[in-house]
Design a protein around this ligand. Structure first.
Ligand SMILES: *[C@@H]1O[C@H](CO)[C@@H](O)[C@H](O)[C@H]1NC(C)=O
Ligand SMILES: *[C@@H]1O[C@H](CO)[C@@H](O)[C@H](O)[C@H]1NC(C)=O
Ligand SMILES: *[C@@H]1O[C@H](CO)[C@@H](O)[C@H](O)[C@H]1NC(C)=O
Ligand SMILES: *[C@@H]1O[C@H](CO)[C@@H](O)[C@H](O)[C@H]1NC(C)=O
Ligand SMILES: *[C@@H]1O[C@H](CO)[C@@H](O)[C@H](O)[C@H]1NC(C)=O
Ligand SMILES: *[C@@H]1O[C@H](CO)[C@@H](O)[C@H](O)[C@H]1NC(C)=O
Ligand SMILES: *[C@@H]1O[C@H](CO)[C@@H](O)[C@H](O)[C@H]1NC(C)=O
Ligand SMILES: *[C@@H]1O[C@H](CO)[C@@H](O)[C@H](O)[C@H]1NC(C)=O
Ligand SMILES: *[C@@H]1O[C@H](CO)[C@@H](O)[C@H](O)[C@H]1NC(C)=O
Length: 414
């Protein structure tokens, strides 16, 4: 316990008034006006000033306060999202350990676990993956008796041990992060030789670690200048993720924000309309207006809409068909696809995002017959659509944790 000079304590109370409580400090919620303010736009931050005063006077800064201050003097950064095999996935270089060991991870807004291949992984599953060597990291520490086990929506799975180590993402150093090390990885995941693990960034969802541990997003938010991250994925090109700030050079016009649904465990929001051009351009275009729930998921390749919406889209392409033996919409590769517009403000032709037809021609399904597969598919009766990469590369997306909302903006598409 350190005794403080009296005026410091007084200063603390002055500047803390009106601030929200942080744990360990009880703060009265009220407002305090200082009559002789020189700079009206200067907003005092009592906690930062307190920490600086403590440090200056040689006192120990409480850990919680230090974390808060690091957030106030917050960081931001951006990092590339490399496209893999025709936009099947996007991978980002992430450093694990001290010194950082660089792995190519899939940043996934649809899950909350950070797991990697490691020296603990079954050699059969490890094959060619770059993997984490905890023995080579001076900051790696195993969490005794903690385990993790995850099963993704496509029935792939992985499980293993839990560690803590420093993670370096977009130039931001996140100490003491939960790092899940794989013992076993299902073939569906391990046969993706490009990907060395997954870094989950879901909203409000606990990781699959038992007993419960903080997620990377929990730890990262404490360090950021602002509680946001952004995704700027690109069609067959390298895009970027940004953390702690919204880079105005990455979009045009205004950002259309949509609130997350109550108790969201993912980046789940409602969109309120969609537009499908008719095959005959002289016919009037139809806007369908209602409310549809959707999840923004960087870790999913396709745009998976309610089955009836997908059917409506493909009805506008005379040569498209639903191939029931494999359960996908397909069309001749020569087909020119219409754009698909998704509305956010409940008005036909109002604020909307546009997915170019070119992006909806996802990949060749059968070389011999020159058949292609659609980037829009049905969601097999799930209660929400999944706005995967086909959609996300068409827009600039803001994942706003602080304000519980997702934002979409236009950018020039190639
Ligand atoms: C592993 O990498 C080697 C060398 O790059 C390559 O020859 C081999 O085919 C790869 N194995 C698999 C399963 O991809
Ligand atoms: C890990 O550390 C060992 C022992 O210091 C060293 O020989 C090896 O090269 C390191 N491996 C990597 C991938 O850095
Ligand atoms: C881990 O589990 C073992 C066996 O159940 C137990 O003896 C040990 O105390 C546990 N360690 C911790 C840190 O919980
Ligand atoms: C690391 O994080 C864990 C889980 O939040 C916490 O219990 C532990 O005290 C932290 N260690 C350090 C050195 O901050
Ligand atoms: C979101 O859409 C779903 C239907 O998909 C609807 O049941 C729900 O009421 C909507 N929520 C809001 C807040 O509009
Ligand atoms: C449906 O897909 C299967 C497997 O790719 C293919 O053999 C078949 O020809 C397709 N059907 C049509 C009508 O194209
Ligand atoms: C659709 O995509 C395939 C595979 O990338 C490509 O070969 C084909 O030319 C594309 N079709 C059109 C109309 O652009
Ligand atoms: C993108 O620009 C178009 C044309 O100006 C506009 O109608 C649309 O609402 C914009 N979309 C977003 C998400 O701002
Ligand atoms: C914004 O619009 C200008 C003019 O059309 C264009 O040159 C620029 O590339 C756009 N910026 C982005 C990030 O799309």
């Amino acid at each position: 316990m350190v005794l403080l000079p009296l005026y410091l304590v007084f200063g603390l109370f002055l500047s803390l008034a009106g601030a929200s409580p942080i744990s360990g400090l009880s703060v009265r919620d009220g407002s305090f006006t200082v009559s002789a303010k020189r700079n009206p736009s200067y907003v005092p931050d009592g906690r930062a000033e307190y920490a600086r005063a403590l440090a200056k006077w040689g006192a120990e800064v409480p850990a919680e306060l230090q974390r808060y201050v690091e957030r106030v003097e917050g960081q931001s950064g951006s990092v590339g999202a490399m496209t893999i095999s025709g936009d099947r996935e996007y991978l980002t270089s992430v450093g694990i350990g001290t010194p950082p060991q660089t792995l190519a991870l899939d940043l996934d807004t649809g899950s909350s676990d950070l797991w990697v291949y490691s020296t603990e992984t079954n050699p059969v599953d490890l094959s060619n993956h770059t993997h984490w060597i905890p023995a080579n990291s001076s900051t790696a520490k195993i969490v005794p008796n903690a385990t993790w086990e995850i099963q993704y929506g496509d029935s792939s799975y992985a499980y293993g041990n839990v560690w803590r180590d420093t993670v370096t993402l977009a130039g931001i150093t996140i100490p003491n992060s939960t790092v899940e090390s794989a013992l076993q990885v299902s073939w569906k995941l391990s046969s993706d030789y490009d990907m060395d693990g997954i870094l989950g960034l879901a909203f409000g969802l606990e990781s699959q670690v038992s007993p419960s541990q903080p997620t990377l997003l929990n730890d990262l938010l404490l360090l950021l200048e602002s509680s946001v991250f952004t995704a700027d994925l690109k069609w067959r090109a390298e895009g970027a993720y940004g953390f702690g700030t919204i880079d105005p050079a990455r979009y045009n016009g205004t950002i259309q924000y949509v609130p997350l649904i109550d108790d969201a465990q993912f980046w789940q929001y409602n969109f309120t309309g969609f537009n499908v051009p008719t095959a005959n351009p002289t016919e009037t275009q139809t806007w369908y207006l209602s409310s549809w729930s959707a999840i923004a998921d960087t870790g999913t390749t396709l745009l998976m809409l309610a089955d009836d919406i997908a059917a409506i889209y493909y009805k506008s392409i005379p040569t498209a068909l639903f191939n029931s033996s494999i359960g996908v919409y397909q069309f001749p590769c020569s087909a020119v696809l219409p754009d698909f517009k998704i509305g956010f403000d409940g008005h036909p032709g109002g604020a909307h995002a546009m997915v170019p037809g070119k992006y909806i021609n996802y990949t060749v399904l059968e070389e011999s017959t020159s058949t292609c597969m659609g980037g829009i598919q049905g969601n097999y009766g799930q209660p929400f659509a999944i706005f995967g990469d086909i959609f996300l590369k068409s827009v600039f997306t803001v994942f706003d944790v602080g304000n519980k909302r997702v934002g979409f903006a236009n950018k020039t598409l190639t």
